[in-house]
Design a protein. Structure first.
Length: 166
């Protein structure tokens, strides 16, 4: 019974926070996510159009095969991100009380240097845990143990209003 009361305290603290009502009314647009997906759709279509227009110059290989492959890649890329964009708009905007249970960074080497992607795992009421990619700015503001209101849409964390550590 003691563990149930301990796990309820952070939730109660979030619900009693003086800005809780405002956080529950927050409507982040997700414009960064929308623009990113729309840009990939546009690039995929542009790549396919360039391939169809003969802008790809290839030596020693049958031009028709290369054109077909490039058109398929561009079209598939545009379709995939177009589907993700539609799914994003159809998904509900969820405001949920959550606690950060883990955070991690994945660093990879690129030809231009290093790239780090940040992730945070949230535990929601009822015990559901989900991991979301977060921007480096958000990663700097979120720490393991923080409690607050997570605003999500589809597979994206749009905002996290924190009350502080549990």
């Amino acid at each position: 019974m003691g563990t149930r009361q301990e796990s309820a305290r952070p939730v109660d603290a979030v619900r009693q926070h003086y800005e809780f009502a405002r956080w529950m009314q927050d409507q982040p647009s997700g414009i960064e996510q929308i623009l990113g997906m729309a840009a990939v759709v546009a690039l995929g279509l542009a790549f396919a159009a360039l391939a169809l227009g003969g802008a790809l110059h290839v030596r020693g290989i049958d031009r028709g095969i290369v054109t077909a492959i490039c058109v398929c890649i561009g079209t598939l890329l545009a379709l995939w991100y177009g589907w993700r964009l539609v799914r994003f708009f159809q998904a509900p905007l969820l405001h949920r009380v959550a606690r950060v249970v883990d955070e991690r960074a994945h660093t990879t080497r690129t030809k231009h240097g290093w790239r780090t992607r940040h992730y945070a795992t949230f535990e929601f009421e009822g015990g559901l845990r989900l991991e979301f990619p977060v921007s480096s700015g958000m990663a700097a503001r979120v720490a393991r143990g923080d409690c607050g209101v997570a605003i999500t849409r589809d597979t994206f964390l749009l905002a996290f209003h924190r009350t502080g550590p549990a």
